[in-house]
Design a protein around this ligand. Structure first.
Ligand code: 4NP
Length: 159
């Protein structure tokens, strides 16, 4: 899971994916998150993000990291939150195989899966940044992430 600061959206998305797959044996899902920016490396999650995911029943331990080109070698899927994350991540890919690992997380939401990320509708696939916003914004983030993760898990179960 990749966002900008790796303190709000991607750790929340990682908490949801980790929580929903905790009892999966095959495929075994290993979840990591990072940010394209470096400002928060080493920090914990934003308190609002953690508060909202914990209130929904997810537990997740998190220390912020920056996305690195090496991540293309060690992860199967790279799920981004918005178009700037998408372009920043893809710009670090050196092969088609690596580029093809990158998706908008919300492209797995069953209602949004028909949207072509390279079309003018790409913005409908974004998880907006809740940084410095109210708890309600974090709750909306959680709802978007849960719908998309549920869709992703359906695809992983029935490829
Ligand atoms: P995130 O939110 O990308 O969802 O973690 C942000 C957190 C911090 C900053 C930007 C976005 N920042 O500029 O510090």
């Amino acid at each position: 899971m990749v966002c900008l600061g790796n303190i709000c959206r991607s750790p929340m998305a990682a908490a949801v994916l980790e929580g929903k797959t905790a009892d999966w044996k095959a495929p075994l899902i290993e979840v990591h998150s990072s940010g394209t920016g470096s400002w928060h490396i080493g920090q914990g999650p934003h308190p609002s993000s953690k508060k909202i995911w914990e209130a929904a029943g997810y537990k997740h331990s998190h220390t912020a990291k920056q996305f690195k080109a090496n991540d293309f070698f060690v992860h199967d899927l790279i799920l981004v939150m918005d178009s700037s994350n998408y372009h920043n991540v893809v710009s670090l890919a050196e092969t088609d195989e690596h580029r093809e690992k990158v998706f908008y997380l919300r492209n797995f939401d069953p209602i949004l899966k028909g949207i072509d990320p390279s079309s003018g509708d790409y913005f409908k696939l974004e998880v907006p940044d809740p940084y410095n916003q109210s708890d309600e914004a974090y709750e909306e983030t959680l709802a978007m992430v849960e719908r998309a993760v549920d869709g992703l898990l359906q695809e992983l179960k029935n490829p």
